[in-house]
Design a protein around this ligand. Structure first.
Ligand code: NAP
Length: 295
């Protein structure tokens, strides 16, 4: 029987721990972690993500500020909010929900966030620190993946990790995290993408396969090695007339097809997904106390 890596449970554990730490922080230092969330436009998925992040903040005792702006908002307006929050001492983390409308330059917006408040870890300074193995904010989904691998004691040292997908928010940062020379990583990492001729050639060698592609059930059992650990990052909606909503969520890996061949797997939903918000909360706490003071 394969181990099902329970991201929901791990996420709850992290949130409970942060809730306790926050109570202590408020009592001892009078500091209440604060997160500012900016949403531009009316994408329902983005609106739901922002709402869930704010709710999660409230549940563990953080302050959260949500600003929702219309689709035709100018870049200048967005930059003005960031400038204001950069200077506001009660705001420890700034999150701009991506994607942004066309008229707003995403990179310019990310660059305008103070790296010390960049709890998404997307600023080039934080990305650079990650590559160099220096302390900094690690993007939330990759941080969550590493947490799960370590928590479930999946061996990484000298093991072959194959990452399918090279996005800035998942593929690149997780690959860079897992080859670092430290006790939480030290793997040999290969990255595949759309220019990879024969993905299966690589995925079959993977002790740990991380799929962050966005193609429903792309990875089948013939593409994996016996006893591999599978981290399925994909969240894909597929039609399903048997559900109330008419759709359901599946990953990038064909869960039922691979299940009997593997050592462990993250389910979709309930695997990597819940870890993203937990790591956002953790980064916000880190920002409030100082990156070096988190134990
Ligand atoms: P993305 O920016 O669209 O990147 C997808 C990557 O997959 C690209 O590097 C692309 O290659 C590669 N790719 C696409 N089709 C491929 C194929 N057939 N074979 C090989 N490589 C292929 O996506 P993302 O933002 O990383 O997200 C990936 C998935 O994870 C999505 O389903 C998303 O919803 C999900 N996600 C989940 C969480 C979470 O919290 N669990 C967080 C973020 C994302 P090229 O670079 O060559 O185009």
């Amino acid at each position: 029987m394969a181990i099902i890596i329970d991201g929901k449970k791990c996420s709850e554990e992290i949130r409970n721990e942060l809730k306790q730490k926050t109570e202590e922080l408020i009592k001892s230092k009078g500091i209440k972690p604060g997160l500012a969330l900016l949403l531009v436009g009316d994408n329902p998925a983005s609106a739901l993500y922002v709402k869930n992040k704010a709710k999660a903040c409230e549940e563990i005792g953080y302050n959260s500020v949500i600003v929702e702006l219309p689709e035709d908002t100018s870049e200048k307006t967005v930059l003005n909010y960031i400038e204001k929050w950069n200077k506001d001492e009660s705001i420890h983390g700034i999150l701009v929900q991506l994607p942004l409308p066309k008229q707003i330059n995403e990179q310019k917006v990310i660059l305008s966030i103070l790296p010390e408040k960049d709890v998404d870890g997307f600023h080039p300074i934080n990305m650079g620190r990650l590559v160099l193995g220096l302390p900094g904010f690690i993007p939330c989904t990759p941080a969550g993946i590493q947490y799960l691998l370590n928590k479930y004691e999946i061996p990484l040292k000298g093991k072959h990790v194959v990452v399918v997908g090279r996005s800035n928010i998942v593929g690149k940062p997780i690959a860079n995290l897992l080859y670092q020379k430290n006790s939480k990583a030290n793997a040999i990492v290969t990255i595949c993408h759309t220019a990879t001729n024969d993905i299966t050639y690589y995925t079959r060698q993977a002790d740990v396969l991380i799929a962050a592609v966005g193609v429903p059930r792309l990875i089948k059992s013939e593409s994996i090695k016996d006893g591999a650990t599978i981290i399925d990052v994909g969240i894909n909606r597929i039609k399903d007339a048997s559900t109330k909503t008419g759709y359901r969520l599946v990953g990038d890996v064909d869960y039922n097809d691979v299940y009997n061949k593997i050592h462990a797997i993250t389910p979709v939903p309930g695997g990597v997904g819940p870890m993203t918000i937990a790591m956002l909360l953790r980064n916000t706490y880190l920002s409030a106390v100082g990156l070096d003071k988190y134990e």
